[in-house]
Design a protein around this ligand. Sequence first.
Ligand SMILES: [Zn+2]
Length: 464
Amino acid sequence: MKKVVLIVVGIILLLCAISVTSLYLLVNSALKVEKNNMEIPVFEEYEIPSYKAKIFGKNIKVKIKDNINKDKIGNYKITYELNFIFKTKKVVHVKVVDKENPVIELSGEEEVNACPNKSYTEDGYKAIDNYDGELTDKVSVDKKDGKIVYSIKDSSGNETIKERIINYKDETKPTIKLNGGSTIVYNLGGHYKENGYSATDNCNGTLTSKVKVEGSVNTKKAGSYKIKYTVSDDANNITTVTRTVVVRNTKAASGNNDKGVIYLTFDDGPHATYTKKILDVLKKYNVKATFFVTCSGPDSLIVREHKEGHTVALHTASHNYKTVYSSVDNYFKDLNKVSDRVYRLTGVRSKVIRFPGGSSNTISRNYSPGIMSTLSIEVVNRGYNYFDWNITSGDAGSTTSAKGVFNNVKNGLSKSRGNVVLMHDIKPYTANAIEDIVQYGLKNGYEFRALTYETRPTRHGINN
Ligand SMILES: [Zn+2]
């Protein structure tokens, strides 16, 4: 009997144990979490893993706890706790991590030139990390093979490398500065003295003592002289500058055999209508004049001027101040153009010239300071005779009637000198005044002549 009781109790206890164990297992397996581990980027918002907790088809309440600080990298936990007769827990291990690389910012260019004889001077850099903040102090800077390599690691081991390429070469020419400028004017017989110069270079610094000076000046002979200054830096960049030294004869030309002569001079033509009209009048009275022509107007009138015994002289091709006075070379280029035209039409290489605006013009200052000082000598050196005037008809300015032109000329005439009259054969009132002028001259005992190369020139003072 006792045995039977014991067996029955044993069976009951066993059944109880089985029930309790089953219940425990049931509760324990009722809690399911989506994952066991997760990583979240530092500073970012996150969601905790989802879970399920059902027993006998019913949702059971779960307590969730976590100690995450998303702003600080480290290891954290999320705990899910279910309490249904038994307690059961699930833990998710969380890592807050920094996977972002630091940023290196270079000041200056990423490819720079440096002087071969100097080391590169750092233009500066900055390193910033999303988590560690400013890391500039910790940047390692390596120089190798014409490169500078900047590298930085943040506290999580994220590394950034940046390079700057350094070209050790000097491609900049030295600079030579001439004291007193590029044109210097001396009077004949003056004492020539070098005005001085300085030379500097981006890599070599001062190079003045290395400047080579070539050329010489003879102040006993009027003309223009070139002095050449040359300097090279260590990289063989060569700079040459030239100074023009003008030695000018200030004494007026001699000869005084044209008292009471009128030289009618017409600039800026020919003009299809007005030049023709003027030529007709001159022909009628057998009076000779001088035409300072440009490259405008009909060829036939230049041919006619020449055929009828007038002097065809040169005024420049373009008569454009900005062009002709931009440089000595450009002046002669322009002059040669009109010289070629006249030569083609007349077979004569004219050596009689007039500067646009006259030799006393100041407008050339706007384009080349000092150019008239050079040109007035240089044209003579090249075999030209240049003429200004001593009577202006006013036809390029405020005088706009034939009567006005006539009066200006008449009032300027003098028997005690040669009279060089400035007129323009591109103006209607000049064409209309010419007969009165010729008649007045002839009536009053003046003689009309054309200018020639040999004529004693009437010249103004140089103002530029
Ligand atoms: Zn002119």
